[in-house]
Write a protein that binds this ligand. Sequence first.
Ligand code: HAM
Length: 483
Amino acid sequence: MPKGKKKTSKNPHQNYRQPKLIKESEPSAQPKPHKRQMKFQRPRGMRDILPEDMTYYDYIYRTTENILRSYDFARMETPIVEDIGLFARAIGESTDIVSKEIFSLKEKGGGKLALRPEFTAGLVRAYIENGMSSRPQPVKLYSLGPLFRAERPQAGRYRQFNQIDFEVFGAEKAAIDAQVIQITWRLFERLGINDTVIQLNSVGCPECRPAYRQQLLDYYRPYANKLCADCKKRLKANPLRVLDCKEEKCQRVAANAPQIFDNLCDDCHTHFKQLLEILDELDIPYMLNGKIVRGLDYYRRTVFEIWPAEDKKSELAQSAFGGGGRYDGLFELLGGQPTPGIGIGLGVERIILEMKERGIEPPARSAPTVFLAQLGEKAKKQSFRIFENLYKAGIDTLESVGRDSLKSQLKQAEKKGVFFTLILGQKESVDDTMIVRDMETGVQEVISQEGLIKYLKERMEIREKEKSKEAKKPVKEKEIEKK
Ligand code: HAM
């Protein structure tokens, strides 16, 4: 070994010094912790999703999947990382996402991977790679999960966020554009956000866009010095992007810029007109907005975003709930056969912020039927077997093996709103019985452990019958009984 060189092991774990975690309340946790008393924090712009927030995610995903499955979409997963070149080619080298926001990783062989900043490019790559063009078309897919963009963190903008993304591959008719918009609209309605607005535009196609691009360049030339630094660059790479810059000075110049609607070729014009006719038929409120151009380069023809209603726009909702559009040329760009495609990505965190702001809570899950409480070592051991038997019999049961105090277990049972609490004390564990407490009436009975499942099933059946009898009673009769 050369002189002066420290001996290091090839095993990376061997050189790793376990940080000593310290408790919040310890005095040494105060301002300057000792080097070895390290305290870790989550990465900047990334969040821990605590159980109380997970209920929003579960509810939003459940609702989305119910709707998407009824429109024949199938869930698909692609890797969280892809070759970095895929995103550069699909989204565009000069876009903010690719030029500033990609998290990249070096591969051992020298290649570069990127944490996916969006779903569409990966799904198109997978469609081509897995020969999905031989399946009956259109292929309707959706993905749910985390994406990564190294943006400046702020409310509703994170470096790891979640999207609901759905795509239709292999369908070119305007009716499909309308269907994607209709599903989006319906999803928000189901979630209780029923005053969203769809902002709609067409960005044309390779036939009509170059002439419009030139018109924009001619228009912007005298104003070039009045634009922000980013827009000066955008003007060279993609002048359409200057239209949707959020800087006030750029918006002032954009106000009188030529409109793309006046420059669409006949095919793009017909496609857009057909889409608007269907949306009118479906009664979906939309606003035409020539400044919606989207921050990704693959779009062609229809583009759209879904926004909170203008008067409901909160400070948090500075950006759209979601956006999408058509990208018919993307498949060839990524080495596939010409295939039309359209889809949308919805930001789950933005939806949750909006739900919270409006006081919309995910519906509470129905309570389990039974709570199994135990006291003493023998009872605790027995309760494992009893829990297993209840589970096998299909009785929804909550166990509490982790708790010792009977009082705290009974409190927990009350809080969870179960129908029955089963109490297995020291005496019961010796004579193979069990106390069954009806949580509504407070009546307790001692039952043999052997007959427990039969007993619970009978009691549940009686309860169900009473419930359906009650539901059938005329409203008047119920009111009299209440009085
Ligand atoms: P996008 O507009 O880049 O489109 O993202 C869609 C939505 O994802 C945004 O409207 C927003 O709600 C959410 N989002 C984006 N960045 C963040 C962030 N840093 N933090 C929180 N939420 C964020 C796309 O991703 C396209 N792939 C959509 C698409 C699908 N187009 C066709 N098919």
